[in-house]
Design a protein around this ligand. Structure first.
Ligand SMILES: [Zn+2]
Length: 252
């Protein structure tokens, strides 16, 4: 059976923190490297775990900056490599990704993004990316956002993207071996907006409903104490529980 490795590259929520870039995860199976989300600062830390040339595909949950903006930096790295431009790799993303990311450079055309990346527009449903069988579903966030279930070698990992409370997330994650669930807020946070993010307690409730084997709390806002996030989740979820940190790897 082929093992799958998932490495947390960035787990800071909404903005980079002193100890972590924004959202980014490296999924590896069969020698294939899939990067899921590429938030601010992620490209730097990613290079500790994969060479610039060694990423085979990118999957973006949504087009908020803290999940996608370093794809533009990655385009520069691939375009101006010392040995000449690297071949295009596939990027699976919500509608409008190329146009949005090209604008980062401040000019109106596609800025050559399409020479480095073959964009495919995500739809809810199933797709294959290398050895990964991916199921995508819309979750509960103010812009079009996908949660995913990624399976390879007989194991499955669910990733929430950014979401408020979501039955679709529970469906995608049902019985997963690992669940990377966002836990942006603590229940004690004042003025939490609805339908944007989960608290650690809500992440745990979703994981319990889905019956996942191992819950990883991620998208942690830097001003929260991770110990408090763990405490909130542990009161609800009695399976294996981990608070994400940069460089943490899971072999499945
Ligand atoms: Zn977002």
């Amino acid at each position: 059976m082929t093992p799958m490795r998932v490495t947390v590259i960035g787990c800071a929520g909404s903005f980079p923190g002193p100890k972590s870039p924004s959202s980014c995860y490296l999924f590896e199976a069969d020698g294939f490297r899939l990067v899921v989300d590429m938030g601010n600062g992620a490209l730097g830390v990613l290079q500790r775990y994969a060479e610039i040339a060694d990423v085979d595909a990118v999957l973006l949950s949504h087009l908020h900056a803290d999940h996608c903006v370093d794809l533009y930096a990655y385009r520069i790295a691939r375009r101006y490599a010392p040995g000449g431009p690297m071949p295009a790799i596939p990027v699976y993303a919500p509608s409008g990704a190329l146009e949005r990311l090209a604008k980062i450079h401040g000019i109106d055309d596609d800025d050559g993004m399409a020479e480095q990346f073959e964009f495919s527009t995500l739809q809810p449903g199933h797709l294959s990316i290398g050895p990964f069988a991916v199921e995508a579903g819309h979750v509960n966030h103010p812009v079009e956002t996908f949660g995913f279930r990624l399976s390879a070698g007989g194991t499955s990992v669910a990733y929430s993207g950014d979401t408020g409370e979501s039955d679709e997330l529970v469906r995608l994650a049902t019985g997963a071996d690992l669940a990377l669930f966002e836990a942006s807020f603590l229940t004690t946070q004042v003025g939490r907006p609805p339908n944007v993010h989960l608290t650690a307690r809500e992440a745990a409730e979703h994981a319990a409903r889905a019956g996942v084997e191992h819950l990883v709390l991620t998208h942690l806002v830097p001003w929260n104490d991770p110990a408090c996030s763990r405490e909130e989740a542990a009161a609800i979820y009695d399976g294996k529980l981990t608070v994400a940190s940069t460089g943490l790897a899971f072999d499945l």
